[in-house]
Write a protein that binds this ligand. Structure first.
Ligand code: UD2
Ligand code: MN
Length: 573
C-alpha cells in the first residue's frame, strides 16, 4: 500500500465546499481545517510502519489514499511527460493581457522550455563538494498553488526531478488551493511520484502547506513556491545539513527569475533575511563579522534571523513537533515571520545554505484576491505572530505599523500554549543572540502621516542606510508613504531616520540609523502646511526640486523660500 499512497493522486473531501473565509476566522480549528487535525491526532497513535523505511504512516494518509483515483499504469516517468501538450492546454492567447492572470509575463513563460538549463550560480567552492547521496534522508517536496500558470508550475515540478538524485525525492505533493482550472494540478499526477490534494475552498498558503505536510511520507519536507526552478545539486546541501543536525531549518539562496523576461539571475550570497519594527520581511546585508566568515568559508551556512518563507527544508517530524503553522492565518503573509521566530526561540536554528540555489519569479503584485482585503489579512497575520512571540517588544510593532492596533488578531491561546509547552525563549533572547542589528527605536514615535506636495508623496522606496526616498504619486494607503514624526523632530520610516548629509545648501538627505542626539536628523515643521527646516540650521529647508538630468525627485537641503512649491509640504496626522 506504499504504492497506494505514493503513486496515486487523491482528494480529501470536505463536507463544506463554500468558497469563503468568513467562517474560519474566530472559531476553534480554523474552519474546515479543524476536523482534519482531529483525525490526524487520532492517527498518530494508530500509526503503521512502512517496512522499508521505518517511517510512521498515519491513518490520515490511509484515508487520503483511499480517496485516490488515478491508476499506477497511467503514470509515466517525468522524462516522458508531454509537458508541451500540458502547457498548451492552459496557454496565454494572443490578444490577452500577458500580465493579467499571473502578474508576470505569461506569454514569455509559456514560450520558455519547461526543461531548460539555467546558469550554475553557485560559488566555485561549492562545486567541488561531494555529497554521498546514497546516505542522505529523502524528502517530500510540497508545492501549494492557487491559479498558477501551467508553464511555471510544470517547470517547477520538472526542475525538482531534473536537478535531484531521483531516489531522494520521495514524492512531490501538489496542493491545489481551489484553483479555477482543476486540470492544472490533476494532469501533473500522470507523472510518477506526483500526488495531488485539492482544497474544496480557498484555504490560503498556510493551511494548504499543512495539508501537504500531513500527507507527506518523506523524512524531510521541502517547500517550494509554484514558480521556481531548482539549480544544480540544490537538494543535497539541504538534506545533508539536516542529516548532521536535525534542528537545522535550511533555505537555499533564492535566485531571481525575471518576471518580464524569465532570465535567470544569480542573487547575492551576502544577504540574510530580517525585518524592521513593522515586521515586514526585508533582505539585510551581512555585517563585517559575517562577511569575514564568508570569505573564510563561502560554503558555510549563513544564520538568518528570518526566511523569505517559500523555499526551505525541515525534518518532517520537527515541522510537526514545532507546531507546523498557525492555522488561523489566512491567504498570504507573516507565516514566515511567525515560523522564523518560532524556530529560533524554540531551540532550533535557521540558515541559508549558499551552495543550494533555487530560482523564483518575484512579482510586484499578488495575482490573486484576498478575501477581506490584503492589508487587513496581512496585518492580522502579522499581529498574530507579534502577540505570540514579541513579548514586551510588541509595543514597537504597534508604533511602527499604523493599523495594527485596530485589527483584532483573534484567539492566539493555542499558539501561546505551544510556546509554553516547547519552553521557548524570550524575544529579548532572540534580539540579543540572533538579531542584534535590530535595535529598539531610539526615540518615542508619536505622529504618523504622509509627506505630501500636491499629488506627490515622499516614498521611502527600499529604505536602507544610505538610500534616498523620492517623490511618487500618492497612493493614500500608508505603507511606503507613511512617515513617523517624533517629538524631537526625527522623520522616520522603516526604523531609519532622514538625515541631512551636511548643513549646507544642496546637501543630500538620506536614510541613516536613528541617533537621538544627531542634530542632522532633527527637523522643525508646523503642520498642516509647512516648510521642513533643519533645526540646527533653520535657513535650510527640505526641497524636492529635480536636479538637472535626474529622473527621480530626491529631497535635498536648500535655502528656504517661503512660497517654493518644492519646499511646501502638507502633513496630515
Ligand atoms: C513570499 C514567499 C511565499 C510566502 C510569502 C509570505 C518566497 C520566494 N516566497 O511571497 O512562499 O512565504 O512570502 O506569506 O519566499 N498560494 C496559495 N494560496 C493562496 C495564496 C498563495 O496556495 O491563497 C501559493 C502561491 O500560488 C505560491 C505560494 O503560495 O505558490 C506563495 O505565494 P506567492 O508566490 O504569491 O508569494 P511571494 O513569493 O510573493
Ligand atoms: Mn512566489
Amino acid at each position: 500500500w506504499i504504492f497506494a499512497s505514493a503513486m496515486y493522486f487523491y482528494y480529501l473531501n470536505s463536507a463544506d465546499s463554500s468558497n469563503s473565509f468568513a467562517d474560519n476566522s474566530d472559531n476553534g480549528g480554523g474552519g474546515g481545517f479543524g476536523p482534519a487535525s482531529i483525525r490526524r491526532a487520532k492517527a498518530e497513535s494508530i500509526g503503521k510502519k512502512d517496512r522499508a523505511k521505518n517511517i510512521v504512516i498515519t491513518r490520515q494518509q490511509a484515508a487520503d489514499s483511499q480517496a485516490s483515483s488515478a491508476s499506477q499504469e497511467q503514470q509515466v516517468m517525468w522524462t516522458n511527460f508531454d509537458w508541451k501538450a500540458y502547457v498548451a492546454g492552459g496557454a496565454w492567447h494572443a490578444g490577452e493581457d500577458k500580465y493579467a492572470k499571473n502578474k508576470f509575463n505569461q506569454q514569455v513563460s509559456d514560450s520558455v522550455s519547461a526543461i531548460r538549463d539555467v546558469p550554475d550560480t553557485r560559488e566555485s567552492q561549492c562545486r567541488s563538494i561531494q555529497y554521498d547521496s546514497t546516505d542522505l534522508p529523502d524528502t517530500s517536496v510540497v508545492i501549494t498553488f492557487h491559479n498558477e500558470a501551467r508553464s511555471t508550475l510544470v517547470r517547477t515540478v520538472l526542475s525538482v526531478f531534473r536537478m535531484s538524485p531521483y531516489h531522494l525525492v520521495r514524492e512531490i505533493i501538489l496542493v491545489d488551493d481551489f484553483s479555477t482550472d482543476e486540470d492544472t494540478g490533476k494532469l501533473l499526477t500522470q507523472i510518477a511520484k506526483v500526488r495531488l490534494i485539492r482544497n474544496n475552498r480557498r484555504e490560503g498558503l498556510m493551511r494548504s502547506r499543512i495539508r501537504g505536510a500531513n500527507a507527506a511520507t518523506g523524512h524531510v519536507l521541502t517547500f517550494l513556491d509554484s514558480h521556481c526552478e531548482c539549480n544544480k545539486d540544490w537538494l543535497q546541501p539541504l538534506l545533508s545539513r539536516i542529516k548532521s543536525d536535525r534542528k537545522a531549518v535550511v533555505s537555499p539562496i533564492i535566485d531571481v527569475i525575471g518576471m518580464d523576461n524569465f532570465d535567470y539571475i544569480g542573487a547575492s550570497a551576502n544577504l540574510k533575511g530580517g525585518f524592521a519594527w513593522n515586521l515586514v520581511f526585508k533582505w539585510d546585508n551581512l555585517n563585517s563579522r559575517e562577511l569575514a566568515a564568508r570569505t573564510r568559508d563561502p560554503t558555510a551556512p549563513i544564520r538568518t534571523p528570518m526566511i523569505a518563507g517559500g523555499l526551505f527544508s525541515i525534518e518532517r517530524q520537527l515541522f510537526n513537533e514545532l507546531g507546523q503553522y498557525d492555522t488561523k492565518m489566512d491567504v498570504w503573509g507573516a507565516e514566515n515571520l511567525e515560523f522564523s521566530l518560532r524556530v529560533w526561540q524554540c531551540h532550533c536554528v535557521l540558515e541559508i545554505l549558499p551552495c543550494s540555489r533555487v530560482g523564483h519569479v518575484f512579482r510586484r503584485q499578488h495575482p490573486y484576491s484576498f478575501p477581506g482585503g490584503s492589508g487587513v489579512v496581512f496585518t492580522r497575520n502579522t499581529r498574530r505572530a507579534a502577540e505570540v512571540w514579541l513579548d514586551e517588544y510588541k509595543q514597537f510593532y504597534f508604533q511602527a505599523s499604523g493599523g495594527a492596533r485596530y485589527i483584532q488578531p483573534g484567539d492566539v491561546s493555542e499558539r501561546l500554549e505551544l510556546r509554553r509547552r516547547l519552553n521557548c525563549r524570550s524575544f529579548k533572547w532572540y534580539l540579543e543572540n540572533v538579531y542584534p542589528d535590530l535595535k529598539p527605536p531610539s526615540a518615542p514615535l508619536t505622529k504618523r502621516g504622509e509627506l505630501r506636495q500636491g499629488e506627490k508623496c515622499l516614498d521611502r522606496l527600499t529604505a536602507s542606510v544610505g538610500s534616498a526616498p523620492a517623490m511618487y504619486p500618492c497612493h493614500g494607503s500608508g505603507g511606503n508613504q507613511e512617515w513617523l514624526f517624533s517629538d524631537s523632530g526625527q522623520i522616520t520610516s522603516s526604523d531609519l531616520c532622514l538625515q541631512a548629509m551636511s548643513a549646507t545648501p544642496d546637501a543630500r538627505v538620506l536614510f541613516s540609523r536613528c541617533e537621538i542626539n544627531n542634530a542632522m536628523q532633527q527637523f522643525q515643521f508646523n503642520p498642516p502646511n509647512t516648510l521642513i527646516r533643519l533645526k540646527a540650521s533653520p535657513a535650510l529647508c527640505l526641497d524636492t526640486k529635480p536636479i538637472d538630468g535626474a529622473s527621480l525627485q530626491n529631497p535635498r537641503l536648500h535655502s528656504c523660500i517661503a512660497e517654493g512649491k518644492f519646499q511646501q509640504w502638507s502633513i496630515k496626522w
